[in-house]
Design a binder for this molecule. Structure first.
Ligand SMILES: Cc1ncc(COP(=O)(O)O)c(C=O)c1O
Length: 450
């Protein structure tokens, strides 16, 4: 790191909260007295001295110019193909296009985003509706497609009603802040996604976090609070790939009069007998008060939804500011989503293929001794637990034909760095074997597996 940034405000700044509401472990006994650039992260540039609102721009820029070529360039790499199981990706460090990489980075769990039927539905909609919806959903932005799709989502989820948001992020923020007020209590799992955390902050309700998947700790956090209570969990945790113990959580919520919301961003359309999600897979669909999900993962499109009672949706129609004050999803996207949902419902074999692929990959990695945390889903974390070297390994993987996301603090806790692998129903046996072999080779090089 350059001398100027060593003595910059970054060295003295207060650590910012991380993205998952988890208290950061900032004390690292082995850190050198003057950390190198890669020891810093985004949180070091969150607070800083000075009265100029731009005071942090220069130290951040200084830091960025050092860490980008050292590994951060692996984020925002431009794809030159659809997010299929093989992708061509631009290497922004060398300017080359790396071709035919095995893709474990995209969320396209059922391979629907580039299906010919979906593309045709999108093309047909362009001819009728043009590119965008040109209005908020409550003014001019609701097309017939939006309305039909909301009804189809409600029918799929088996709820009275559903409402569509421009993104999964805005669905969380708009729902949580639309429902809860200052003086209320929200308790979320400590691994809750940033969009849940942001909704909690925006609501101004008292926000607490319970230990991951621990119903006993949830009970401690709810106990004694006399007022409106909302508990928020996820169906599949986005960085860990594990699922919540619904029976225990539902029981605690019911005993304490708390409403329960589940974010099924990664589990809707893939878990359960009919694909409704983890709530269906564990038999607690009716015990959930607010079902939330996204269309950006298993349906390979964009947008978010909430599903629940007619009254809930009616209320939130008026109070979800992230929907009310934002342009509706493009009708073109909605047309693609309607076809993708139809295919997901008509082709349960896609889910069977996904779970077969997950089993294959789990077997290939387990046989090689690769640490995978507690994942029980298509989201497989490959635990590196070495914040300093995760990017070096990421570069090796990229050069050796694998496109996969390196994840480090603040997206996960300190010293919990990992690669986040997404399996798709579309992966072939060859994709899985070739990708797993490259991963094992690189992990062995760094002593992560034997
Ligand atoms: C659990 C969870 N909720 C919400 C979101 C936001 O969804 P979207 O990307 O569709 O805005 C994500 C995105 O990764 C997520 O993992």
């Amino acid at each position: 790191m350059s001398q100027s940034s060593k003595s910059s405000p970054a060295a003295k700044v207060e650590t910012a909260p991380n993205d998952r509401g988890v208290a950061a472990d900032t004390a690292d006994a082995e850190s050198p007295a003057v950390p190198g650039a890669m020891e810093y992260d985004y949180t070091n540039f969150y607070f800083g001295a000075g009265s100029d609102a731009f005071a942090l721009l220069e130290p951040f820029d200084d830091w960025w110019s050092e860490v980008k070529p050292a590994g951060y360039y692996l984020y925002e790499l431009p794809l030159h193909t659809a997010p299929g199981t093989r992708v061509d990706v631009e290497d922004t460090k060398t300017g080359e296009i790396r071709r035919n990489l095995v893709n474990f980075a995209s969320y396209n769990y059922l391979g629907l985003s580039y299906r010919p039927e979906v593309k045709q539905a999108i093309k047909d909609a362009v001819d009728v509706y043009g590119g965008g919806s040109s209005g908020s959903p409550i003014l001019s932005g609701t097309t017939a497609l939006h309305r039909q799709f909301a009804e189809e989502v409600a029918a799929f989820k088996g709820t009275e009603a559903a409402m569509i948001f421009p993104t999964g992020y805005s669905a969380n923020v708009g729902t949580i802040a639309g429902l809860m007020r200052s003086g209320d209590l929200i308790v979320a799992d400590q691994f809750a996604h940033a969009s849940i955390v942001d909704g909690m902050i925006l609501s101004k309700a008292k926000s607490r976090f319970f230990r991951h998947n621990r119903a006993d700790d949830l009970e401690r956090k709810l106990k004694g609070f006399d007022g409106k209570k909302l508990v928020i969990i996820e169906g599949v945790y986005s960085m860990d790939g594990d699922t919540p113990p619904l029976e225990e959580i539902v029981e605690v919520c019911q005993r304490h009069g708390a409403r329960l919301m589940i974010d099924e961003a990664h589990s809707a359309f893939v878990f359960g007998e009919t694909g409704k999600g983890v709530s269906e897979a564990q038999g607690f669909d009716d015990a959930i008060d607010i079902h939330l999900g996204t269309f950006s993962k298993s349906l390979g499109g964009q947008g978010g939804y909430i599903a629940g009672s007619e009254r809930l949706i009616n209320y939130l129609r008026g109070f979800s500011r992230s929907r009310f004050f934002s342009c509706a999803l493009s009708p073109v996207v909605v047309a693609g989503l309607r076809k993708a949902l139809e295919l997901a419902r008509q082709e349960p074999e896609l889910r069977d293929q996904l779970w077969a692929n997950v089993k294959t990959m789990q077997g290939l990695l387990a046989d090689a001794g690769v640490p995978m945390g507690d994942s029980t889903s298509q989201v497989i974390p490959i635990m590196v637990r070495d914040d300093a070297r995760v990017f070096a390994m990421g570069e090796d993987l990229f050069r050796e034909g694998v496109f996969i996301n390196p994840v480090k603090y603040p997206a996960v806790g300190k010293h919990k760095s990992r690669f986040r692998m997404s399996i798709s129903a579309a992966h072939t046996q060859e994709d899985l074997e070739e990708g797993a072999a490259a991963i094992v080779r690189v992990l062995q090089r760094y002593g992560i597996c034997p």
